[in-house]
Design a binder for this molecule. Structure first.
Ligand SMILES: Nc1ncnc2c1ncn2[C@@H]1O[C@H](COP(=O)(O)OP(=O)(O)O)[C@@H](O)[C@H]1O
Ligand SMILES: [Mg+2]
Length: 304
């Protein structure tokens, strides 16, 4: 089921997007943007604002709260619409398809272009923000950090890492980034967590994961959230994705994070494939070989 971007936007007019961008602007300064400020932020007349607010409320792109004043904020659908519009205007994508996955911190959809792509909306900060928001009762606007900012930073960090790593490391090819969203190559295959490897494939796959982690380290990054959920496997090999929390190798904790990543990967293989996975690997020694780019030594750990 492919939703055409043009169809998605059929009901929305350019002025609706002026309003959405106006609310977006205002959210840099407060969680709920005062209605009175909207004409200034969006370059629309007060009458036009009234009309656009109703339309955008109907489409659930914004929400309203009356505290000491009447305030508005973007829903994540509203923020998604702004990003999607940018991608569509610069011809990055022309359709959005079925969901590919829902992570703890994101929604990922298939996106259409001259080839199938993946569109990832970051949600970092959104749920946490909601909780904090309730607790502080809208009085602490001075210390306000919008979830828009947190989610956008995550998307920027992930995109930057992909650009640095691709193609030296097997990661999804980065295509575009806007606000809290990134567009990248759509991966085939299945998450490692769902794959059922044949006995004779196990060490080969483990070896590929270690080699890519080594290549990533040499390209300057430790993933820092390595698990069976962030690796795709297919006949042609493996791909490591989900990089927003990646840490540069010159970061003071990078080696500790590398050991944790290696431990997670090993732990998973030991639990799922106890017979095939080599026993009691010295993680610290392995990490030292990864950092030194000693591929032969790294391979030796998984040799049966
Ligand atoms: N490029 C991609 N191609 C296909 N599916 C993807 C792609 N990126 C992510 N997914 C799917 O979406 C899910 C969530 O993406 P992920 O980047 O891991 O975000 P999160 O930080 O929320 O875990 C993944 O587990 C995977 O199933
Ligand atoms: Mg993930």
């Amino acid at each position: 089921m492919v939703q055409n971007v043009a169809a998605f936007f059929r009901d929305l007019e350019p002025e609706d997007f002026y309003l959405l961008s106006g609310v977006e602007q205002g959210m840099r300064f407060s969680e709920w943007v005062q209605r009175e400020k909207l004409p200034e932020y969006s370059s629309l007349t007060p009458e036009e604002i009234t009309y656009r607010l109703d339309r955008c409320m109907e489409h659930e792109l914004i929400e309203r709260k009356t505290i000491q004043y009447e305030g508005y904020q973007l829903t994540f659908e509203g923020y998604d619409a702004l990003a999607l519009r940018s991608f569509s205007e610069r011809d990055t994508i022309d359709g959005v398809g079925a969901p590919l996955g829902v992570g703890k911190e994101s929604d990922v959809y298939e996106a259409m272009s001259f080839q199938p792509l993946a569109l990832k909306y970051h949600r970092e900060g959104y749920t946490n923000f909601r909780k904090v928001d309730r607790e502080r009762q809208y009085t602490a606007d001075r210390n306000h950090v919008s979830w828009l900012y947190t989610a956008r930073k995550a998307a920027e960090r992930e995109y930057e890492a992909l650009e640095e790593l691709y193609p030296a490391v097997s990661v999804p090819r980065p295509v575009d980034q806007n606000r809290h969203a990134i567009v990248m190559e759509k991966l085939d295959g299945a998450e490692l967590s769902r794959a059922r490897l044949e006995s004779e494939q196990v060490v080969g796959v483990l070896d590929l994961v270690l080699e890519e982690m080594t290549a990533a380290y040499q390209a300057g990054y430790v993933h820092s959230d390595m698990s069976e959920y962030n690796v795709f496997v297919d006949e042609s090999g493996i791909t490591i994705f989900d990089w927003p929390q990646a840490v540069p190798t010159d970061h003071q904790n990078s080696d500790e994070l590398l050991r944790r990543d290696l431990k997670n990967v090993y732990g998973y293989f030991e639990r799922k494939y106890p017979t095939e996975t080599p026993e009691s690997v010295d993680i610290a020694a392995l990490a030292a070989d990864v950092t030194a780019d000693e591929l032969e030594a790294v391979r030796a750990y998984v040799e049966p």
